[in-house]
Design a protein around this ligand. Structure first.
Ligand code: SF4
Ligand code: SF4
Ligand code: SF4
Length: 275
């Protein structure tokens, strides 16, 4: 790859985030959004740049930069419930702030551009799961994806129940829900990873956020495609994929296509540079 081309994707991604940052700063008249999305965009662009220069831990660095910022600074210090319950909460209160903006950008409209990049580079749950030993799944994928729709419905029912019951001090309840929810996510995520010998089992079967991410990422602008002229059908890309994507099929309907987290492990693995 030519030197100048190595800068194009990181620069493009940085510009996407800066556009979001400036737009939200000016429309919401709140400089926090400029800081927040500039920080996230710069972290992601830095990771892409490191990847372009073949630094093998590039993605992990982004995960830690963004994931820890969101979990510790936004979640624990600023007390924003950035989990799906927080999204429902702000949605019901009719406030387009914090978790609703986060969901709109990272998980609902953003995936139209960068697919499930959130899952590969920013999610604080996967940030921990990716340290576990089963980076490449050792067992076949199970037909358990329906469970995520149950957890999705439960999260909605929980917040709706609080509103219907006119629960007092709901802000405090949401903060506690953030802490308890994260503990549950980590505990079940780690247990599933060991049970199925697959670090990303939680993402594949339980995570309610994927209910938003999957349909939107179907239309993603950024996606991994295969150059059939170069491909020798060795199968190494599909074998290493943590999400069981049928990588060499370029159709948007490819098997597990909406599961791609853009981790680019397949790209690194391909001996023919066909991806
Ligand atoms: S599927 Fe859920 S837990 Fe997994 S990376 Fe995406 S948002 Fe995080
Ligand atoms: S290995 Fe390739 S196809 Fe699989 S999730 Fe990562 S980027 Fe997507
Ligand atoms: S690793 Fe490369 S050459 Fe092998 S099947 Fe995948 S795209 Fe084709």
């Amino acid at each position: 790859m030519k030197e100048k081309n190595k800068w194009l994707l990181p620069l493009g991604m940085w510009l996407v985030f800066e556009t979001i940052a400036v737009t939200l700063w000016l429309t919401k008249n709140n400089i926090f959004y400029l800081f927040n999305f500039s920080y996230i965009g710069t972290s992601i662009s830095l990771g892409l740049l490191l990847f372009r220069f073949n630094y093998k831990h590039a993605r992990r660095i982004v995960q830690l930069l963004v994931g820890l910022y969101m979990l510790i600074y936004l979640g624990l210090i600023c007390r924003e419930n950035m989990q799906i319950e927080g999204f429902w909460y702000y949605l019901f209160t009719g406030v387009f702030e914090a978790a609703t903006i986060h969901y709109a950008v990272a998980k609902i409209f953003g995936p139209l551009i960068f697919g499930r990049g959130w899952c590969g580079y920013a999610c604080w749950t996967a940030m921990v799961l990716d340290f576990l030993p089963y980076k490449v799944p050792l067992t076949p994928r199970k037909n358990l994806g329906f469970i995520r729709y149950i957890t999705f419905a439960l999260s909605l029912a929980f917040v709706a129940g609080l509103f219907l019951a006119h629960a007092g001090n709901i802000e405090r309840i949401m903060f506690l829900a953030f802490i308890i929810g994260n503990v549950l996510y980590y505990a079940s995520g780690i247990a599933l990873a060991y049970a199925f010998k697959d670090n990303r089992a939680f993402c594949k079967y339980l995570c309610p956020v994927a209910v938003f991410l999957k349909p939107m990422s179907y239309f993603s602008v950024f996606r991994v495609v295969c150059d059939k002229e170069k491909c020798v059908s060795c199968g190494r890309c599909s074998k290493i994929c943590p999400m069981n994507v049928d990588v060499t099929d370029n159709s948007r309907k490819r098997k597990n296509g909406t599961e791609c987290i853009l981790c680019l492990e397949c790209v690194k693995e391909c001996p023919r540079k066909a991806l």
